[in-house]
Design a protein around this ligand. Sequence first.
Ligand code: BG6
Length: 479
Amino acid sequence: MKKYEQSFPDGFLWGGAVSAHQLEGAYKQDGKGMSIPDYMPMDLTTLKRNVVEKLELDPNKYYPSHEAIDHYNRYKEDLSLFAEMGFKTLRTSIHWARIFPKGDELEPNEAGLKHYDDYFDELLKYGIEPIVTLSHYETPAHITEEYGGWDNRKVIELFERYAKTVLERYKDKVKYWITFNQINDITFIPSMAAGLVFKEGENRYQRTYQAAHHRFVASSLAVKAGREINPNMKIGMMVYSNPVYPYTCNPDDVLLAKQREREQVYFFSDVQLRGEYPAFSKRFFREHNINLEIMDGDLELLKEYTADYLTFSYYMSSAASTNTELPTTLGNVVFGVKNPHLKASDWGWQIDPKGLRIALNDYYDRYQKPIIITENGLGAVDLVNGSGEIMDDYRIDYLKRHIEQMKEAINDGVNLIGYTMWGPIDIVSASTGEMKKRYGFIYVDKDNDGNGTLERKRKKSFYWYKKVIETNGNDLSNN
Ligand code: BG6
């Protein structure tokens, strides 16, 4: 019997994923306003920079989003490199503050709209299907200054105006949309995700979950608008995934692992895919003194306008134990107990290809909607050798092992329709702001302090991924 009955389906969307604020730079160009990430300095302490306390620039600090890799001005070169690898799709975001610089204007900024027109045309020229995230942490800063962030209901209206503007403008160019990047990371990085800045002694849970409710409503309004504007559009949602394993078979560990998955992920995906708050949320709200303000019509809207497909990022799994003495491990936004069966990346993220198969099966069992893996990759230190090459075999190995598990999941029956690895060109890290942590197939000459020529170079993995796409995932060998 063949090991694999099925391989990747025809038309599988192979590609890469990036976000506007991590690569565009040009932070004031063509009328763009300041957004939350523009106030986040580089800080190597994981997740410290994501806690925005003041919307002020400190002249002694370095703000990586301001120039990033200057993709805004160099996108033609970068997209031609993606095309050379044979990309079928590119997931990127529209920087909200380019379209509505302050977020509350009545009319959009034409220069910003024009930029993305040209950008999508360039992608389509190569036959690359854009997958566009409406909000990948790029809330205009003025929304926090004036309205306090997403826990203010007014922000729904501002987002809806922005969403309708871009859905209408790009209705013939963009078919696949995602409303919010990792909608569940609001509980871990509320400033970055939803523009929330807390005061001492506030009930953070209350503000965070109110903001989450507003984002659910805003997402459903975007789905509604999209269906009205072009019924062929597919509007998806996204979570960060984190399969949580019980550290032991002690029922306490098993229960804790299940609770983590429910609270961290399923709470969010259930609302967006099943269209209602899960039963377990009632107890969670009660125990955390959360009283959601839900307006007439909100729940009906969530029920009617669920997302068309599910997307998620996958970097690692974690483990849960009631034993608080055990060593812990880091992750993109979540932390857990160290799993002794897994190795970790240089940044301490536990590498677990099988966890990807587990996540795919869990989501498909629960929702039966098409799935795109919208982020997966290895952040590593890449060195240019004496011959000017970057031999990133470790990255090839990481991606290969994850793609093998995707194949297994397809054989398990999962309807997986795409894979956009993170980030195909070296970009600014979201958690620290550094450049040293590289994910790309394309090297960018820039260091953590902002020095470098910004020259682009193909790494060894560039040629490997090209072959993977050419063979529709059938040849994953590294030679
Ligand atoms: C994801 C985010 O959680 O992790 C991306 O959506 C981010 O924006 C990615 O870049 C990897 O994290 P980091 O901190 O290594 O850039």
